[in-house]
Design a protein around this ligand. Structure first.
Ligand SMILES: [Zn+2]
Length: 459
């Protein structure tokens, strides 16, 4: 019976024992059970329901639902590259999601020696003839610019140098935004946009897809996923920044959490510094749109950006501390209350390690005369799911694309667990490739990161 045979092929599993990991191959892709992951991250309290499993220890937690791409780390929503599967009654997460998402968020060890930052590059989307998404109350370009100006004031007060890729209503091509950002090696880049798409609501955060990880703007894996982009040199910092930003955005705005997603938008793809793109609500939704039009909401967004920077600096501050937790978020319940250590009334951070203020010379960069048609640039900076513009955001397939590097599950103390070296999309077509490949030694296997300490420094 062909259907049965198909199912047998698709779900033929090969449990491979390696190190601490039990790797299952399901449909040609490697998965690990939530039980295994919970054990690895020392989350002994495991609660199961028919469709959900939550593993926690104190304030740290992982939560997954069966056959779902929604995944919660410390109550913050992330969108998996591949939905979970259920194998032997266990909810399982793909190896790629474990390696590229869960591990760097849970143990951001690779960034503990990240360069210090003294500069924040704020990128207001659109401008000039490019209005961005429209609401009854105004264009995206205007609201985005207002948010970055407000954020600039807060960040400068906290001691940062702030660069704006545009500081007026004029058009700046994406490549110029990238060029501006790349002038500041000790900077991070935060792009501010508002969404469009019917009655969609809430906030979402985009981090550059690591090599081998499909863009969530695409229909599925493609060869372009295998291209190493400039921004991929900062993968670890990118996910830390995105996590810090998304936590701040969700906690501050109390908007619906649409999750942290992956994409290859030009501005975060081609910059050499850590970057993130924020979608701060839906212009197309009357509720969101009306709120976006209020100065209060935009000030809240500015405070969220300040909090994002604070969170990020804490995460990469050399202590190996994990990205911020959002333990105070009661998902689907009452609005969250922030416990982060900045003073929301003044917007001041704990400025002990804040850099020296410097003059803002960025706005001299404005290429005001450039009035190319908006189409590609606008499309490439937007995050409209399913829009026909997504191609503009993707890297072109490259003939020299090679499979991504080995990405075994994270290492605790034993030899590397078994895992394939092929990219996911190749693996999906190669159902015989189930044998584990020898792994290189772990680059580093630090102790689990300590909990974030709450320090009240703001006056
Ligand atoms: Zn936009």
């Amino acid at each position: 019976m062909p259907r049965l045979l198909l199912l047998m092929v698709l779900f033929l599993t090969a449990a491979v024992r390696g190190g601490d990991w039990q790797v299952y191959s399901v449909g040609g892709r490697d998965y690990l059970s939530m039980d295994n992951i919970a054990e690895f991250y020392n989350l002994p309290s495991v609660k199961r329901s028919e469709r959900e499993v939550t593993a926690s220890s104190g304030l740290r937690s992982l939560r997954a639902s069966a056959n779902s791409a929604d995944f919660f780390i410390n109550n913050l929503k992330f969108i998996l590259s591949y939905p979970t599967v259920v194998h032997d009654g266990k909810i399982c997460v793909s190896r790629m999601d474990l390696v590229k998402l869960i591990e760097p968020v849970m143990r951001p060890s690779a960034i503990k020696n990240a360069p210090t930052i003294d500069t924040i590059v704020l990128d207001a989307g659109h401008g000039g003839h490019d209005n961005g998404a429209m609401s009854l109350w105004g264009p995206e370009k205007t609201f985005a610019l207002d948010v970055v100006r407000r954020a600039k004031a807060l960040l400068q007060a906290a001691g940062y140098r702030v660069i704006l890729t545009r500081d007026g209503d004029y058009f700046v091509p994406l490549e110029d935004r990238v060029r501006i950002a790349n002038q500041y090696p000790h900077a991070i880049f935060i792009a501010v946009h508002f969404n469009s798409g019917g009655w969609g609501t809430g906030v979402e955060t985009y981090s550059l897809a690591p090599r081998g990880v499909p863009s969530m703007m695409a229909d599925g894996p493609s060869v372009s996923d295998l291209v190493q982009c400039t921004g991929n040199a900062r993968d670890a910092e990118n996910i830390a920044l995105a996590t810090a930003s998304h936590a701040a955005l969700v906690v501050k705005t109390r908007m619906y959490d649409r999750g942290l997603k992956r994409a290859r938008f030009v501005v975060i793809r081609d910059i050499a510094i850590p970057g993130v793109l924020l979608e701060c609500g839906f212009q197309s939704n009357p509720y969101d749109g009306k709120m976006i039009a209020t100065p209060l909401y935009r000030q809240t967004l500015a405070q969220a950006i300040l909090a994002a920077v604070t969170n990020y600096r804490r995460a990469v501050g050399g202590s190996g501390a994990p990205a911020p937790r959002v333990e105070t978020i009661a998902r689907d319940e009452a609005p969250a209350v922030s416990t982060t250590d900045y003073d929301t009334s003044t917007g001041r951070t704990a400025a002990t390690a804040a850099p020296t203020p410097a003059s803002d010379a960025s706005t001299d960069e404005k290429p005001a005369g450039d009035e190319k048609p908006a189409g590609d640039e606008k499309a490439a900076t937007d995050a409209k799911v399913g829009s026909d513009t997504k191609a503009a955001t993707e890297v072109k397939p490259s003939s020299d694309a090679k499979p991504s590097s080995d990405d075994p599950p994270p290492k605790k103390r034993k030899p590397r667990p078994a895992a394939k070296a092929e990219p996911e999309d190749k693996a999906a077509t190669d159902k015989t490739a189930k044998s584990p490949a020898p792994k290189k030694p772990a680059a580093e296997a630090p102790a689990p990161a300590p909990a974030v300490k709450k320090k009240k420094k703001a006056s």
